[in-house]
Design a protein around this ligand. Structure first.
Ligand SMILES: [Zn+2]
Length: 196
């Protein structure tokens, strides 16, 4: 934006410099017409008119140099605007690309969440009501995890190894008994890898 502002400022400066040249050129042309018309007869006036034409020609030359200098500066700012515009385009392209990838990932996550929610409903439907109630209560108390796998004698919820006496009780418990971690109180899920 700063480069664009500089470019339009320089464009205005160029227009102004060109108008200055035009004014001097027109005045010189008027003087030349008066000289050529023969209307001015006094030698003093003729001399003054000729002097003015010479001085206007010099002034025009100086102003034309100003126009050239401004044009050169404008060209530099135009190059800078073009370069920056290209960079903006490249960065915008990366933003668009990242946004598209984020949206695709978001859709995938939504779809997965919908599937998992459905799966949970099916499973919850066959779990006895009192067990589900206990599980939901524990889940609320224990940071979203109400049941944990017992793996190699360790509760995967709190990462504490079970004491020998506790292990013995778990070992003795019938398969459909709800066993819980002595440390975190989560429901322990027994598997072949529980180390019992
Ligand atoms: Zn535990």
């Amino acid at each position: 934006m700063a480069a664009q502002t500089e470019e339009s400022d320089t464009a205005r400066e160029q227009t102004k410099a060109e108008q200055d040249v035009d004014q001097v050129r027109q005045r010189a042309a008027r003087d030349q017409q008066r000289l050529d018309s023969g209307a001015v007869t006094s030698p003093k006036d003729l001399e003054n008119l000729q002097k003015e034409i010479v001085s206007l020609a010099k002034r025009q030359g100086d102003l034309e140099d100003v126009v050239l200098e401004v044009m050169e500066r404008r060209e530099t700012t135009q190059d800078r605007v073009a370069e920056l515009t290209e960079r903006v385009g490249a960065v915008q392209g990366r933003i668009d690309d990242a946004t598209a990838r984020r949206n695709a990932a978001s859709e995938e996550i939504d779809a997965e969440a919908a599937t998992v929610t459905k799966e949970r409903e099916v499973i919850a439907g066959v779990v006895p009501a009192d067990l589900l109630k206990l599980y939901d209560k524990l889940r609320e108390q224990q940071g979203g995890i109400g049941a944990a796998k017992l793996y190699a004698r360790t509760c995967q919820g709190c990462r504490q190894e079970l004491a020998i006496t506790e292990l013995a009780e778990v070992r003795k418990a019938a398969p459909d008994t709800v066993v819980r971690c002595e440390n975190c109180r989560r429901i322990l899920v027994r598997t072949a890898e529980s180390g019992l």
